[in-house]
Design a protein. Structure first.
Length: 471
């Protein structure tokens, strides 16, 4: 006989969707059990956002030190110890994942480790790694099982020569040459890490630009810096197959422009061509719940699935597959379960690529705004005219404010440049508050800061940026 637990709410998956949901449920006085088969913190804390950003920071530090000669800083004997870097990254992850358990329990929630499977509309079977079983009877369930890397046909992950993002976060030796298949944000972020550490990186992307989905002028500074550092970019190109040769691999790539085939030799292939939702083996049939044609669980604005007492949040509930979207959906589901009137009605979800330089967007691009019927006015302000950016030696990029030409209501902000991941928060708040461009323009921004570029871009949209000519 296994353990029997009777609870008001069970949350399956302890990623940024599930653990946030469980904490909020417990805060609201709902008896809550959080279940995970592997770890606390999900992909995000263990093998996603956090470890990738730790390595991005460490590798940018190397780059910054190398580039500091122009500022009169000379460092001899700079050396990278990859093992030590990985250990430091592991320490960052451990601190955060340890905190998750403390927060859930500290708010009165319970944590059960094991693989969950629905066995009835109100019953969940959980099997621990040691084979121990628990049955959980619940009033409400929240599915927060996330997503996993999808492999490209012909490029099955083997953890050795063909790795996914998780493999690329744990190399023991620095690869000399790497082929990144898929130039989306994960491929470009991780490819960038190894390029800065000294690997020769080639990115193969099927679309006609890197980071498809972002406006071309946002991507250009990233591609330029990547190439300048010795990286190779092959767009409109398909990775067809690979073969092992000696200690390495040879990848066959076909140009979709010319039909020509070429061979790329490398030590390792990082394949980052997409992710698929985790629903297999979850026993959704016991709930009578179906998934859509891409495998996502469909939800309404309250995160409720087609089964009234079952909710879904995060990657498993659909695009965009981002941690902050998962967490906000988790808070909404918790409030709804606790009987509060809540809904996911965010005006905009920010998106950040931690490339070099960073790209950050929130709300509508110029193209999207026009597509929605707006007459658009946009204002662009270059970091080259921003004092703080100059003093940092980081002048590539710009901020663009997109507004409705008649009402001057902000529709979106797009930026590429230094620390725009931080700058986009203000833009998100402005959008949520329904701001007009002059709200940003009249807000006093401290000088000298990068955020002044946002204020100036808003004024540029209105035709009167101060530190750039308005034409
Ligand atoms: C390399 C990389 C970098 C990323 N960088 C960013 C970034 O900078 N910013 C950003 O916003 N997003 C980033 N993401 C995406 C982000 O990690 C995901 O959007 C986020 O983790 C989704 O959260 P989630 O709670 O939906 O699911 P997940 O984090 O995937 O967690 C799901 C959890 O469910 C558990 N689980 C699954 N099935 C079961 C089961 N049957 N029983 C019990 N437990 C189960 C899993 O073990 C896992 O812990 C990145 C992803 C990767 C791979």
């Amino acid at each position: 006989m296994g353990t029997f637990i009777d609870t008001q709410a069970v949350v399956i998956g302890a990623g940024p969707g599930g653990y946030v949901c469980a904490i909020r449920l417990a805060q609201l006085g709902v008896r809550t059990v959080l279940v995970d088969k592997r770890w606390l913190g999900g992909v995000c804390l263990n093998v996603g956002c956090i470890p990738s950003k730790a390595l991005i920071h460490a590798s940018k530090l190397v780059d910054t030190i190398r580039g500091a000669e122009a500022m009169g800083v000379h460092v001899d004997g700079l050396r990278v110890d990859l093992r030590a870097m990985m250990a430091w990254k592991g320490g960052v992850v451990d601190k955060l994942t340890g905190g998750v358990g403390t927060l859930v329990r500290g708010n009165g929630g319970q944590v059960v480790m094991g693989e969950a499977r629905f066995s009835g509309p109100h019953d969940l079977e959980v099997t621990g790694a040691d084979g121990q079983r628990a049955t959980i009877r619940f009033e409400h369930a929240v599915i927060a099982t996330g997503s996993s890397p999808a492999s490209l046909p012909g490029f099955d992950f083997d953890g050795d020569r063909v790795v996914d993002s998780t493999g690329a976060l744990a190399f023991e030796r620095l690869p000399e040459r790497m082929v990144v298949v898929g130039g989306g944000y994960i491929g470009m972020e991780l490819g960038g890490v190894y390029q800065r550490l000294g690997t020769e990186v080639t990115v193969v992307e099927l679309a006609d630009q890197l980071l498809p989905g972002f406006a071309a002028d946002l991507v250009r500074p990233v591609a330029k810096r990547f190439r300048k550092a010795g990286g190779k970019i092959m767009t409109r190109s398909a990775a067809l197959s690979y073969r092992r040769e000696g200690d390495g691999v040879v990848v066959t790539v076909e140009s979709r422009k010319t039909g020509e085939r070429s061979q790329l030799a490398a030590d390792v292939i990082l394949s980052t061509t997409g992710r698929r939702p985790n629903t297999a083996g979850l026993g959704l049939e016991a709930l009578g719940l179906e998934v859509d044609d891409k495998g996502f669980v469909t939800v309404d604005g309250a995160q409720r699935t087609a089964v009234d007492h079952v909710f879904a949040i995060g990657d498993v509930a659909g695009e965009p597959l981002l941690a902050h979207k998962a967490s906000k959906e988790g808070e909404v589901a918790a409030e709804v379960i606790a009987g509060k009137a809540a809904a996911f009605d965010a005006r905009a979800i920010p998106a950040v690529c931690f490339t070099d330089p960073e790209i950050a967007t929130v709300g509508l691009s110029v193209k999207q705004a026009r597509g929605q019927g707006h007459v658009v006015k946009a204002g662009k302000f270059p970091f080259a005219a921003n004092g703080r950016a100059l003093s940092l030696g980081e002048t590539d990029g710009f901020v663009r404010v997109v507004m409705d030409a008649d009402s001057e209501v902000l529709l979106g902000v797009e930026a590429v440049g230094p620390d725009v991941s931080a700058l986009i928060a203000e833009a998100g708040l402005a959008l949520e508050m329904g701001a007009v461009a002059s709200d940003l323009g009249w807000t006093i921004h401290a000088h000298p800061t990068l955020a002044e570029a946002l204020m100036e871009a808003a004024n540029a949209a209105l035709g009167h940026a101060v530190h750039a000519l308005n034409r």
